[in-house]
Design a protein around this ligand. Structure first.
Ligand code: UT7
Length: 325
């Protein structure tokens, strides 16, 4: 038995912010952002919230799957920017969908989020406890960003996207293999510190922090771990990179994609991208890209895909999926 992707959906905020718009608020340029990252525009939430984008993406994925929201047994939301500390974004979604039976929780794994969530859903489905699972990655990173820090504010966009997955009796389709790992030792290279203890008994400054990133450290981590994890998974399945039709990698930086393609000795054409238009949308990145390709008719039934997310933690997750829609 395998876990198959039966629905996909995404949601992006209406407002589009260009590199030139950013050059008006920080010391940067369209040329620097394009050359160093491949990003040209990104969507930024104004009236949208993390929860509203999650609900929109979830409803589209559920409709695409052709199931009813009440049938979901498991709802996982991968986010570091939910609207509430609690209840979880997943519970807020569950209420909005009118589902009152699913096992429902958030996971905090940054940009590896949706593929990490797929790994959990795959285990639940294989255990026989879950028939239909919803895995959504969603971020409003714009509310965590220091808009005076040019080294981070130009990178991220907002959005939500995800999958409905279900058991498939046909072993030749769906998730053929999946791994998810943490590398906590390097975690401090991408952080956002929690609110200080505000109690009258606590010492310390009462401050709210922003997202911080040692870009080069994360860049090196990605260029090492992404090919390593893909090769490990392919080896375990008796496959090689040549057996893969498309590599859907987290859209953090075009130079990471180029490096991975080179290391895997694969043509860049096999690596779809949309970071030029949406920037780095963290946990939503991989499903958003796949949703775009799917709706453009660019995913063919029976194609073999690699999905790979990497980010805060530091964490990474990699899957080999045979597309079944
Ligand atoms: O999604 C989670 C995972 N995240 C990632 O995978 C991100 C991985 N890292 C990266 O994509 C890249 O490291 C960045 C895009 C974040 C940065 O690119 P870089 O080539 O590593 O630049 P850098 O940090 O080494 O900075 C080079 C120069 C510096 O100036 P000096 O010290 O050489 O004078 C920066 O101050 O570029 C400067 N700089 C900028 N200049 C114009 C940094 N940000 C900007 C900017 N505009 N926005």
């Amino acid at each position: 038995m395998k876990t198959s992707i039966i629905g996909v959906g995404s949601s992006l905020p209406e407002k589009i912010v260009t590199n030139d718009d950013l050059a008006k608020i920080v010391d940067t340029s369209d040329e620097w952002i394009r050359q160093r990252t491949g990003i040209v525009t990104r969507h930024i939430a104004t009236k949208e919230t993390t929860s509203s984008m999650i609900e929109d993406a979830a409803r589209k994925a559920i409709a695409d799957a052709g199931i009813r929201a009440e049938e979901l047994d498991l709802i996982i939301v991968a986010t570091v920017s939910g609207d509430y500390r609690f209840p979880s974004a997943a519970c807020i979604l569950q209420a909005a969908l009118g589902n009152d039976r699913a096992n429902t929780f958030d996971i905090v794994v940054g940009c590896a989020g949706c593929v990490y969530g797929l790994n959990i859903a795959d285990s639940f489905i294989k255990s026989g406890k879950v028939r239909y699972a919803l895995v959504i990655g969603a971020e409003t990173i714009s509310k965590l960003t220091d808009w005076e820090d040019r080294s981070t504010c130009v990178l991220f966009g907002d959005g939500a996207a995800g999958f409905v997955v279900a058991a498939s009796e046909d072993d030749s389709v769906g998730i053929q293999g999946i791994l998810a790992r943490g590398n906590g030792r390097d975690g401090m290279s991408l952080t956002m510190k929690e609110r200080e203890n505000m109690s009258p008994w606590a010492d310390g400054e009462k401050v709210w922090d922003y997202l911080h990133m040692d870009g080069q450290a994360v860049f090196k981590f990605a260029c090492r771990k992404v090919p390593e994890s893909i090769n490990e998974l392919l080896d375990s399945l008796g496959l090689t990179a040549d057996d893969i039709d498309k590599f859907f990698l987290h859209q953090a930086n075009y130079r990471i994609i180029e490096t991975v393609a080179k290391m895997m000795k694969q043509p860049l054409e096999k690596f779809p991208t949309n970071m030029d238009r949406v920037g780095n949308i963290s946990a939503a990145s991989v499903p958003c890209l796949m949703d775009e390709y799917y709706h453009k008719g660019l995913l063919k039934k029976g194609e073999r895909h690699v999905l790979c997310g990497f980010g805060a933690g530091l964490t990474y997750a990699t899957a080999v999926v045979v597309w079944d829609k």
